[in-house]
Ligand binder design. Structure first.
Ligand SMILES: Cc1ncc(COP(=O)(O)O)c(C=O)c1O
Length: 464
């Protein structure tokens, strides 16, 4: 096939042009990865300013794909955050595993729509397998089903939609058909330290961000089991496995039996913490969470699958299906599990393939080792900062460290200096009234040397 007009010799075949473009993309990607170690984690102000080259009105005519790629690498690459460098400790951000990265190239090449089996037997099969691997790694009951979504926010949304369906169906109300106006009331119980995404999910579901009963938390951010309200069969209780600041776990083993005795639905936001169940050493923190009714987690956090990839799991998946299905004459149920019936979206990226590839490359021991290695790096950070005279505000139980460098002003100033220095990147938070720097060791690529280099940069910034 020729893409050249006869008047424009020499003719370049479409296949040759595409191959050259993809080879160039691979070269640019490798160039990017090789350069990551020698550049600041956060982009320089100059690199961010240079993004203006990518602005402007849509050109009236086409631009060659080669030029498009050139623009992306020349101006886009330098203004990214070096996420896979091993020294990015912001938010709870992992770095994409090699197998997941390579799989995502292939997934993009395949351009599958992972809505129905008939649209992509490969994507749907691998998603089904990966979902069961995740269930197994998290120690959840056989028969649990779920959805691969964009992240824990959408996983919370999807699982809470299933909870809403189940409770209202029990009360004789069809919420999908009739909405929440006039429905029997649902009481939602959350911890004072619930992640903001739970409130957002409740808001999107019409249950209200603020229409919740809040249970006080202790000094580590754990829900207080001795302060639970009355619950009943119209209650959704939201627990947390892994506080975004401290990494602490709600005492599920002490709370869930009481909630279930009252007939409540228990949902767990375990965006990163639930993965501790994959490690024999850290499994103690997830004790009891397996008896909940639904769970939300992220594969782009601890397992380092790359953005974006979250997972919603529901013990009785028919509730998720009831909340998420839709009917149209052209959407036909085949013999297989149809992802679209369990997901908020219809058309969707085949992110389950990257999940399958990343988990397959790690195996059970690989997932456990990421949990163990990053948590041990977190302890190394805490010990180094403590030895240098700074205050660690949390019990470092997994991969999260909170450090104060003194007053709020001083801590914010040190964080700014650390970010500008570029050796590593950490963000700020306010923990129970105190300004702190958050260190989240979430990347498979972080080494002890990365920790020591970063520690030296932190101590330099705090002492200069
Ligand atoms: C405990 C918890 N829940 C939910 C989320 C939201 O996850 P996502 O950004 O993937 O939507 C996070 C993000 O850090 C989190 O730590």
């Amino acid at each position: 096939m020729s893409v050249s007009h006869p008047s424009h010799p020499p003719a370049v075949s479409l296949a040759d042009a595409r191959a050259a473009l993809l080879k160039r993309a691979a070269r640019d990607a490798m160039d990017y990865l090789e350069g990551e170690d020698n550049r600041p984690v956060a982009p320089t102000p100059q690199a961010v300013a240079a993004l203006s080259a990518l602005r402007g009105p849509l050109p009236p005519g086409p631009t060659s794909p080669d030029t498009v790629l050139h623009l992306l690498h020349e101006f886009g690459s330098p203004a990214t955050v070096a996420k896979t460098s091993g020294r990015n400790f912001g938010f709870v951000n992992g770095g994409c595993l090699p197998a997941a990265l390579a799989a995502s190239w292939l997934v993009s090449t395949w351009d599958q729509n992972a809505a129905f089996f008939v649209q992509s037997p490969t994507a749907v099969t691998l998603e089904e397998v990966a979902l069961d691997w995740v269930r197994d790694l998290l120690g959840l009951p056989v028969g649990t089903g779920g959805a691969v979504v964009t992240g824990a926010t959408m996983a919370n949304f999807s699982a809470l939609a299933a909870a809403r369906h189940a409770l209202l169906a029990r009360a004789g109300w069809n919420v999908e058909a009739d909405g929440l106006f006039g429905a029997p009331p649902i009481t939602v119980v959350v911890s004072a330290e619930a992640h903001a995404s739970v409130a957002k999910a409740l808001g999107m579901l019409g249950m209200g961000r603020n229409r919740v009963v809040q249970v006080p938390a202790d000094g580590q951010g754990r829900m207080r089991a001795d302060a639970l309200p009355q619950m009943d069969a119209n209650t959704i209780l939201c627990l947390q496995a892994g506080n975004v600041n401290t990494g602490a776990f709600d005492p599920a083993y002490a709370i869930i039996p009481a909630a279930h005795a009252a007939g409540a639905w228990v949902h767990v936001d375990g965006a990163f913490g639930l993965w501790a169940a994959a490690s024999q050493e850290y499994r103690k923190w997830t004790k009891g969470f397996e008896s909940a009714d639904s769970w939300a987690t992220d594969a782009h956090k601890w397992p380092n699958i790359g953005y974006d990839c979250g997972v919603a799991l529901v013990r009785e998946p028919e509730h998720l299906r009831a909340a998420m299905s839709m009917d149209a004459a052209y959407l036909v149920q085949g013999e297989h599990r149809e992802p679209s019936y369990f997901n908020p979206e219809l058309s969707r990226r085949a992110r389950g393939v990257e999940l399958w590839a990343g988990l397959r490359s790690l195996g059970r021991s690989g997932v456990a080792q990421i949990v163990e290695r990053t948590s041990s790096h977190a302890r190394r950070f805490a010990a180094g900062l403590k030895a240098a005279g700074f205050e660690i505000l949390n019990d470092v139980v997994i991969n999260q460290v909170l450090v104060s460098f003194g007053s709020s002003e001083k801590t914010l100033h040190v964080i700014e200096r650390i970010q500008k220095d570029g050796t590593c990147w950490c963000g700020s938070t306010v923990w129970q009234g105190r300004t702190a720097m958050r260190i989240s060791v979430s990347s498979w690529a972080t080494t002890a040397e990365d920790v020591d280099r970063s520690l030296a940069a932190m101590i330099r910034a705090a002492k200069d």
